[in-house]
Design a binder for this molecule. Structure first.
Ligand SMILES: CSC[C@H]1O[C@H](OP(=O)(O)O)[C@H](O)[C@@H]1O
Ligand SMILES: Nc1ncnc2[nH]cnc12
Length: 287
């Protein structure tokens, strides 16, 4: 039985993971360029972990600049099978109060296609299923872990992913609310798509930091307010990860592990050696 390794991608305000032992800093080379930073490997209560700050240490990359492909590729290369994303989000519903946790189960993509969100192309075509964009099993563990941590947590909900970096206009915010979404952020869509293509489970701990700009009796979102809420709640986020890691089964019985099995449409004989090499980590077992 292969030992499981859990990946954590830390978002705004979460640039390191405390409590790891046997820590190493690992630089990973990928065919898709440079990841956001060096990966931190270690163990948390006996479970192997890999941590990466999404925007780099020092928060150097815009959401549109993050090399999501290199980040997810690096996780896969280091043997990760499940990714926990920690993300700051704006609340789009009255009942999701800043400080609450949401475990989203759906996404709407409002990014504008400048971000590379597939490993495929350049000679290999694949279409993975994405109807259920997060791993239900992993999300269930995250929910239980958040309850155990004493957080107020909302199970399920739609995360709308905007391009940014400017926050939404009031008209956009009102329109998104009319879609019925729960939270808004700028990062999770490319990550979730790439994780699915890489056959990795993906689950999100979304930390509501503000009411965006739609709420009449709350201030419009600002970085100052976002960081103040994160600072107050980062310990909860870390506790949720710690609780979840204890529960996560080592074997995977979810469909994420075989997402590519029927997704590659390109005739195997038409795939060039260069493409086989570039995508070997993902498609090698299907060729
Ligand atoms: C710092 S507020 C906007 C910023 O925060 C969120 O990032 P992440 O998902 O990495 O926590 C949001 O998506 C924006 O990138
Ligand atoms: N209101 C908001 N819009 C987009 N991303 C966010 N991240 C945190 N709050 C946000």
């Amino acid at each position: 039985m292969a030992e499981q390794i859990i990946g954590v991608i830390g978002g705004s305000g979460l640039y390191e993971m405390e409590g790891l032992s046997d820590i190493r800093q690992v630089r990973v080379e990928t065919p898709f360029g440079e990841p956001s930073d060096e990966f931190i490997t270690g163990t948390l209560d006996g479970v192997k972990m890999v941590f990466l700050p999404r925007h780099g240490r020092g928060h150097r990359f815009l959401p549109s600049e993050v090399n999501f492909r290199a980040n997810v590729y690096g996780m896969k290369k280091l043997g990760v099978s499940r990714i926990i994303s920690v993300s700051a989000v704006g609340s789009m519903k009255e009942e999701i109060v800043p400080g609450h946790i949401v475990i989203p189960d759906q996404f709407i993509d409002r990014t504008n296609a400048t971000r590379a969100n597939t490993f495929f192309g350049n000679g290999v075509v694949a279409h993975v299923q994405f109807a259920d964009p997060v791993c239900a099993e992993l999300s269930g563990w995250l929910y239980e872990a958040a309850v155990e941590a004493g957080a107020t947590v909302h199970r399920g909900g739609t995360y709308i992913c905007m391009e940014g970096p400017a926050f939404s206009t009031r008209a956009e915010s009102t329109m998104y609310r009319s879609f019925g979404v729960s939270v808004i952020g700028m990062t999770n869509i490319p990550e979730a798509k790439l994780a699915r293509e890489a056959e990795l489970c993906y689950g999100v701990i979304a930390l509501a930091t503000d009411y965006d700009c739609w709420h009449e009796s709350h201030e419009d979102v600002s970085i100052e307010a976002v960081l103040a809420i994160i600072k107050k709640n980062v310990t909860t986020a870390k506790m949720i990860i710690r609780n979840a890691v204890k529960q996560i089964a080592s074997e995977r019985s979810c469909p994420c592990a075989s997402a590519l099995q029927y997704a590659i449409i390109t005739d195997r004989r038409a795939i060039a050696d260069e493409a086989k090499e570039r995508l070997d980590l993902f498609i090698g077992k299907y060729l």
